[in-house]
Design a protein around this ligand. Structure first.
Ligand code: GLU
Length: 286
């Protein structure tokens, strides 16, 4: 099957989840502003076409660290769990304020959703989360999701927002997940692999860990894509630094790596989504 065969499917996606990593939000002010300016104009364009968008964004810890580093009488925060959780508490509201300052310019109201694995364990939590997403989207509000880092303890953390973005895609029954990263896509022998119909051990063993301030790296991006592959939800892993990447991915499908196996249109039940979460907690690199 040719990648071109998937063009119209990608272009006609109605509900789109976009995952943004910490690295996109922790460069110089100019870099972050450029990135957000492009993102916001792409999302405005998508919304004008009647599409629904959900953002899963990391960056709370990175923004918190940035703020503390700017305070003259503050010693650099370390990498311990309490320090990271406190940094997330410092950075999360600043992260969302940053998004708001950009999205309000193009008249897109935003909402913040924070949750962790434990919140999904009860039927109530799962149902409430799904309802909240549904209501926000119906109102035309753009949800911005992160893990509830200050509450989650290490063993129950999603641990990386790539898998969180796959879980969100399953909960909202998205048509497409786009993961914005700092490289061109999944690289094999130095070259971008444009299309994968499945993710197996050979691909996972070629994928590296994180190279920047995030926690995932290519390994967890491919893991997220493989979870969605079973549900028949395509996942694009693309370079978030390239101009208007979201719009170009949708319209030309020539960027990065597309992971998609057609014909597996399985809808995941609440129990199955929870089983994925449990397996996340019980080991694996993630
Ligand atoms: N939730 C963390 C944050 O906002 C990041 C997790 C990740 O890097 O994927 O800082």
């Amino acid at each position: 099957m040719n990648r071109k065969d998937y063009d119209s499917r990608i272009l006609s996606s109605k509900k789109i989840v976009i995952k943004i990593g910490s690295a996109r939000l922790s460069g110089s002010e100019e870099e972050v502003n450029d990135f957000l300016f492009n993102l916001v104009s792409d999302i405005r364009h998508l919304k004008d076409q009647g599409k629904e968008v959900i953002i899963v964004s990391s960056g709370a810890i990175a923004r918190g660290r940035k703020l503390l580093a700017s305070l003259s009488n503050f010693k650099q925060a370390g990498e311990s769990l309490p320090e990271k959780q406190a940094l997330a508490a410092v950075g999360q509201n600043r992260l969302v304020n940053l998004y708001d300052s950009f999205f309000s310019k193009v008249n897109i109201p935003i909402a913040q959703i924070l949750f962790g694995v434990v919140d999904l364990e009860t039927g109530e939590g799962f149902k409430n989360l799904k309802n909240t997403f549904g209501q926000l989207l119906q109102w035309g509000i753009l949800p911005i999701v992160n893990e509830n880092d200050s509450v989650a303890t290490e063993e129950v953390k999603f641990g990386d927002n790539d898998v969180l973005s796959a879980i969100v895609s399953l909960i909202v029954e998205a048509d497409l997940l786009i993961i914005l990263t700092g490289v061109e896509g999944f690289l094999k022998d130095g070259k971008t692999v444009p299309f994968l119909s499945e993710v197996g051990d050979p691909e996972l063993s070629q994928a590296g860990g994180p190279s920047g301030p995030g926690t995932g790296g290519m390994y967890t991006k491919l893991k997220a894509a493989s979870i969605l592959n079973e549900a028949g939800i395509p996942c694009g892993i693309i370079d978030g630094n390239s101009k208007n990447c979201v719009r170009r991915f949708l319209e030309t499908n020539t960027l990065g790596t597309l992971v998609f196996s057609n014909g597996k249109e399985k809808s995941f039940s609440e129990e199955e989504i929870k089983a994925i979460l449990r397996s996340k907690r019980n080991g694996g690199q993630e």
